[in-house]
Design a protein around this ligand. Structure first.
Ligand SMILES: *[C@@H]1O[C@H](CO)[C@@H](O)[C@H](O)[C@H]1NC(C)=O
Ligand SMILES: *[C@@H]1O[C@H](CO)[C@@H](O)[C@H](O)[C@H]1NC(C)=O
Length: 399
């Protein structure tokens, strides 16, 4: 073979690998997702390579490659934006400028990013908080909790919880003009994980007298026991969130030791003593038939108990809210869950919908047939504004 054909072959294979993405024919804006896929794959490979060389942790490299996207807390014509701390935890506060006779709604927002990336100051989070405050005439609090791999579970949870607790005090609500009967917690992805977890934790906290009115969970991640659900099987290579990357972030939430990730990938991380927990994440009984689509449920496999002794977090309900029992779920506020079809986490969200409905909690479930993980805040995609509208409309009706 001459040099030229060889060169074309290499470029061809390279392009096919980075660009190939099977999509249904009617997928909206296919080229955008194909570009996103190539971009995400490239930075993942770079981050893996940098880690292989021993230069930097994979998730830290991802943060660097994703680039700085923070914006300052700038007020605009409609919203006053300030930064402060609630119980020593940094938060951004968005207050509408227009006069209001009545007390306002309050939205406590928890950003996503796999417990490792992002902050309230990220450009997209900041825009979402502004729009929410403006369109709902609400006070929005957006929290910047500490991140892995520098901090592990339960720090992220505790930062979210302690700042929310600080907010839910009469003096603080009065200071911002918030109606104590109209407060909701919201989050996307790992932020929805934290939102679901803090909503549960509040139910048992004798110090907190003020109750949440709503929780809004956008493509939540809710359990680390079963990473072989139908959605994990079907969408493990769909951008933005590949299965390998999700499992890495799960494990990074608890430890930088890679043995947990390896055990999770081979489904050997849960010890037999915890077998009773599988009923809470049993997709063969919790998913509607149209999502099971012929997938066969394999009975759980078990691993050594050393891992869970060292890193008990992955069995902890504060990290995996789907592990709460029905008695706990019964006390939860009215819930909005948005799931996306092209998302390994689709079934986490749907199983929570089933469990909440079984427990008698009023739930609105919006399943986005052409949605994918990340589409809520990828503002360049048309689907993003559709999802944001759905999120804000639901709050305007129920909060
Ligand atoms: C402020 O509100 C007005 C009226 O709703 C709207 O037209 C304008 O775009 C808003 N400004 C910003 C910066 O969002
Ligand atoms: C899961 O549910 C199926 C069907 O409802 C049942 O047969 C199976 O025993 C359950 N397995 C676990 C581990 O809960």
């Amino acid at each position: 073979m001459g040099r030229k054909p060889l060169y074309f072959l290499i470029v061809g294979v390279f392009l096919a690998y980075y660009v190939y993405l099977p999509l249904p024919e009617d997928f909206e804006e296919p080229w955008k997702i194909i570009q996103l896929n190539a971009y995400i794959k490239t930075i993942i490979h770079l981050a893996e390579f940098v880690e292989l060389l021993g230069l930097n942790n994979f998730v830290d490299s991802l943060t660097i490659f994703l680039g700085p996207s923070e914006v300052p807390p700038t007020s605009d014509e409609n919203i006053t934006v300030t930064e402060t701390t609630f119980n020593h935890i940094p938060v951004r506060v968005y207050v509408p400028k227009r006069k209001s006779e009545a007390l306002r709604r309050g939205v406590f927002y928890i950003h996503g990013g796999g417990w490792c990336h992002g902050s309230a100051a990220s450009k997209q989070q900041d825009l979402l908080s502004r729009w929410t405050a403006d369109r709902l005439d609400a006070v929005v609090i957006s929290v910047s909790y500490r991140l892995a791999p520098k901090y592990h579970f339960p720090v992220q949870f505790e930062d979210a919880y302690n700042s929310l607790k600080w907010f839910l005090r009469k003096e603080v609500l009065a200071k911002y003009g918030v109606n104590p009967e109209r407060i909701g917690v919201s989050g996307s992805s790992s932020g929805a994980n934290l939102a679901a977890a803090v909503a549960q934790q509040l139910l048992d906290d004798p110090d907190v007298k003020i109750k949440l009115k709503t929780q809004s969970l956008i493509y939540p991640v809710l359990q680390a026991l079963d990473v072989d659900t139908p959605s994990y099987r079907e969408h493990s290579h769909f951008p933005l969130l590949f299965k390998s990357v999700m499992v890495r972030h799960w494990s990074e939430y608890f430890t930088t030791d890679r043995s947990l990730e390896k055990a999770m990938l081979s489904h050997q991380h849960v010890p037999v003593e915890s077998s009773h927990l599988f009923k809470f994440v049993n997709w063969s009984s919790l998913l509607p038939e149209r999502f099971i689509k012929g997938h066969v449920y394999n009975n759980p496999t078990y691993g050594k108990s050393e891992l869970s002794k060292k890193y008990p977090g992955f069995l902890d309900v504060r990290a995996a809210p789907l592990l709460a029992d029905d008695k706990k779920l019964r006390g939860l506020p009215r819930t909005h869950v948005i799931t996306c079809e092209y998302d390994v986490l689709r079934d986490d969200g749907i199983m929570y919908v089933t469990r909440l409905q079984n427990a008698g909690v009023p739930v609105t479930h919006n399943h986005i047939e052409d949605g994918f993980h990340g589409s809520f805040l990828l503002l360049k995609f048309k689907i993003s504004s559709r999802m944001i509208n759905q999120y804000i409309s639901w709050l305007s009706e129920y909060l």
